[in-house]
Design a protein around this ligand. Structure first.
Ligand code: PXP
Length: 245
């Protein structure tokens, strides 16, 4: 079965807009759990613009679902991950001025540094995931440094779909399919995420090698209109339909 990880970062974005204790990301995570999510994802950014250190501690204490902690490859974040030991750590590239995670990690260009960086996390029992594009070089480098998982960046595919650039979008989807097949053949577990919506999730969910999708912004946005439970339920239904069809 294809797992759904729900990213709750933007519950914290709304909370931080007012500096109130609400809406509470832990409450959203518990609702997501009740609605059928298989995991919770949270990105502790260096600037703490959404999820905070306290949120991570509360999620670790209050959740039964596995937590996937997204973070940059910095010494500060490594220490936090080693203190909490979440189920999974997803290493992402991070630029302070970006609106969201714009591209994948350059694992091939930073192979030695990232290999050293993930070694203590692996030793602590965290499943290490690397957020990358579907490029062969990056996938092969991820396998060489001993990552358990690669998460393929679906942002470009989603943007091309939104822009109506059908041929480019189909080519990007082909790249994701080939990347997933290559990664699985190298023994990596394959996840995907970024920018997915009800309209774009189907073709990605249909990629047979994928084990997990991580989806956040659209679900939190949709929950304004329908509530979080129904939004997650509809996403889950579309993922299941894509797998069956
Ligand atoms: N996966 C990774 C590695 C991410 O960085 C993000 C965004 O934080 C997501 C998935 C979820 O993306 P979105 O919020 O666009 O669904």
């Amino acid at each position: 079965m294809l797992r759904l990880g729900v990213n709750i970062d933007h519950v914290a974005t709304v909370r931080n807009a007012r500096g109130t204790p609400w809406p509470d990301p832990l409450r959203a995570a518990l609702l997501a759990e009740a609605a059928g999510a298989d995991g919770i994802t949270a990105h502790l950014r260096e600037d703490r613009r959404h999820i905070s250190d306290t949120d991570i501690a509360r999620l670790m204490d209050g959740l039964r679902l596995p937590l996937n902690l997204e973070m940059a490859a910095t010494a500060e974040m490594q220490a936090i991950a080693l203190r909490h030991r979440p189920h999974a750590v997803c290493i992402v590239p991070e630029k302070r001025e970006e609106r969201t995670t714009e591209g994948g990690l350059d694992v091939a260009g930073e192979e030695a540094r990232l290999g050293d960086f993930i070694a203590p996390l692996r030793a602590a029992g965290c499943r290490v995931s690397l957020f990358i594009g579907h490029d062969r070089r990056q996938i092969e480098a991820a396998a060489r440094i001993g990552a358990a998982v690669v998460e393929l960046h679906t942002g470009a595919y989603c943007d091309l779909d939104t822009e109506g650039r059908t041929a480019d979008c189909a080519a990007e989807l082909d790249g994701l399919c080939a990347g997933a097949a290559l990664a699985a053949s190298l023994g990596l577990e394959v996840h995907a995420g970024h920018g997915l919506t009800f309209d774009t999730v189907g073709p990605v969910a249909a990629i047979p090698e994928l084990a997990e999708l991580n989806i956040g912004h659209f679900l939190i946005a949709e929950s304004i209109f329908t509530g979080l439970g129904p939004a997650i339920g509809e996403m889950r239904a579309r993922m299941d339909a894509a797998r069956q069809g």
